[in-house]
Design a protein around this ligand. Structure first.
Ligand code: GSH
Length: 240
């Protein structure tokens, strides 16, 4: 049994997609990041970066005590190795999957996150920041489209690299992009969207976070966008 510390965001969807695809048994532990639950001591013990997702595996392969993991890329890699699924089995295909997984973690995810922040969430609309991140996301979409021109999925076969990227491509409109400019990517998006496990993974959203629609209130913005090192020390102090 795996505990998944989850909220209904792209990084959360990556892991429900994997768990559904692999048919692993899991329990959702909701962490409402708009309410500040990512600062609770129990969660910080598992995820010291105060970000979802995180997991606890109660039956690790070495038969030892439960293992906790934070960072979605590390979680996907751990689960792929645990189940022997969705990661290339030979040196070259595994290498392909890992390159595109890390490309998502270091490029697409952070850039799309900043794009969203400056275009949708920032109260002050800064044209330089908006253009900078929208253009960078556009470049990354182009890189991915080219990669998909002559293969079905990023690593060849469907893998954790696709599961990591998919939730960040779904909101392409919100990212200020036109999917029709990226036909190979559009075909890839539709193929993944139609997978029964992906449909099931996204069904958690309305159950866990009914009426989800991003960060709406000043209180939510203060919790999410006003963080400094103090946020963690204050959370730790509040525990005692
Ligand atoms: N690099 C991290 C990023 C995780 C992340 O940014 N999670 C967001 C939700 S998508 C979060 O928990 N935000 C809470 C906060 O900002 O306090 C990963 O891939 O796991």
């Amino acid at each position: 049994m795996i505990d998944l510390y989850y909220w209904t965001t792209p990084n959360g969807h990556k892991i429900t997609i994997f768990l559904e695809e692999a048919g692993l048994e899991y329990k959702i532990v909701p962490i409402n990041i708009g309410k500040g639950e990512q600062f609770k001591a129990e969660f910080l013990a598992v995820a010291p970066n105060n970000r979802i997702p995180a997991i606890v595996d109660h039956a690790p392969a070495d038969g030892g005590k439960p293992i906790s993991i934070f960072e979605s890329g590390a979680i996907l890699l751990y689960l792929a190795d645990k189940s022997g699924k969705f990661i290339g089995k030979d040196l070259r295909s595994r290498n392909d999957v890992l390159q595109w997984l890390f490309w998502q973690m270091g490029g697409l995810g952070p850039m799309a996150g900043q794009n969203n922040h400056f275009s949708a969430y920032a109260q002050e609309k800064l044209p330089y920041a908006i253009d900078r991140y929208r253009n960078e996301v556009n470049r990354l979409f182009g890189v991915m489209n080219k990669r998909l021109a002559d293969r079905g999925y990023l690593g060849g076969e469907y893998s954790i690299a696709d599961m990591a990227c998919y939730p960040w491509v779904v909101p392409w409109q919100r990212q200020g992009q036109n999917i029709d400019d990226f036909p190979h990517r559009k075909r890839w998006l539709e193929a993944i969207k139609a997978r029964p496990a992906v449909v099931k993974a996204y069904e958690w959203s309305p159950k866990i976070n009914p009426g989800a629609g991003g960060i709406r209130t000043a209180e939510e913005r203060a919790i999410l966008f006003g963080q400094t090192a103090k946020s963690i020390t204050e959370a730790a102090a509040a525990k005692h």
